[in-house]
Design a protein around this ligand. Structure first.
Ligand code: 8YV
Length: 314
């Protein structure tokens, strides 16, 4: 029997390729010079797309593939996939929830600690010999402070669980109030920001959350507050965030995500009250292996005529 044709938009980790190539006729779009010509040539054959959270799948691509049945996303965030176009065509979409939750939540806490306790600066201080002639300035406590989580989904809940271990008071803002949690609900992001020390974005990216954390929320967070983002660059008004960091409107930020990754706004690197990471929330070997397996398991389920393990919509 002919192996199903799968279009890969960008590379997956090397260890994923043998299993993918054993099961599918894999089309590696990132190695192709003329992508449009290649897609035209193979359009009829392609039954699935294997993409990544950062690469997604446009409406144009979905429309160009008449026999497309499913899109598998290596990543939990599907904001770069045109879900409306997929759903309109009856194309199934899977993502990789749960397996990366713990790592992303760990990184949120790591960013809180890193920016508050000046861990990167302290590392430089030891390495460059500054310790021989001076001491690091005192910082402030992290434990026992007030944590405000924007988006209390899987990752938000895992951050809350970790924050409770740091004896923090936990509040959140969500589309809907959750009846199954003991945390304090705030109806607006601004109200949440006004009553927390750490405003942590854990909300899914996409049109509904675009720039939902704006200058009013940053002003409400105030000069002693920190902003942490492990979600998507799009959820914060980046111009307002830069302005707030440059002018002491907030104390600092820990950022794993940005607009226009990896070519981020160069003004971030000039700030000394930020810790900047290259979108590594899920970047552990353990988790990336689990993510790759989940993409393959979803593809296999689909081609075996079974329901997807982790469908994005019913
Ligand atoms: C990945 C992510 O780095 O899961 C997500 O939504 O942002 C990250 O886990 C991304 O999907 C790129 O592969």
């Amino acid at each position: 029997m002919k192996k199903p044709d799968v279009l890969m938009i960008g590379p997956y980790p090397d260890w994923e390729m043998p299993a993918l190539e054993a099961a599918y006729q894999v089309h590696k779009l990132w190695l192709v010079d003329d992508r449009d010509a290649y897609i035209n040539r193979h359009a009829e054959d392609i039954r699935a797309i294997a993409t990544r959270g950062d690469l997604g799948a446009s409406a144009e691509l979905i429309e160009a593939l008449p026999n497309l049945e499913m899109i598998g996303c290596f990543g939990v965030g599907t904001d770069a996939i045109n879900l409306t176009a997929a759903q309109a065509r009856g194309v199934k979409v899977s993502n990789t929830p749960d397996v990366l939750t713990g790592d992303v939540a760990d990184l949120a806490i790591a960013l809180c600690l890193a920016v508050t306790r000046k861990i990167p600066d302290s590392d430089v201080f030891v390495r460059d010999g500054s310790w021989n002639s001076s001491t690091m300035p005192l910082t402030s406590r992290f434990f026992g402070k007030r944590m405000g989580i924007v988006g209390l989904g899987r990752i938000g809940m895992a951050i809350a669980k970790r924050a409770s271990g740091f004896d923090m008071e936990i509040s959140y803002h969500n589309r809907n109030k959750r009846l199954d949690v003991p945390y304090h609900y705030c109806e607006t992001v601004e109200a949440l920001a006004a009553q927390c020390d750490y405003l942590v974005a854990a909300v899914a990216g996409g049109a509904a959350s675009k720039a939902m954390i704006g200058s009013a929320a940053l002003i409400a967070l105030g000069p002693e507050g920190y902003f942490i983002n492990i979600a998507r660059g799009s959820v914060v008004d980046e111009a307002a965030l830069l302005h707030s960091l440059q002018n002491g409107v907030i104390k600092g930020a820990g950022l794993d995500v940005f607009l226009n990754e990896p070519k981020i706004d160069t003004r971030f690197a000039k700030l000394n009250n930020v810790v900047l990471l290259p979108h590594i929330g899920s970047a552990t070997l353990d988790t990336r292996k689990a993510m790759g397996k989940l993409v393959r398991d979803n593809l296999a389920a689909h081609f075996a005529g079974k329901p997807l393990l982790t469908p994005v919509f019913a």
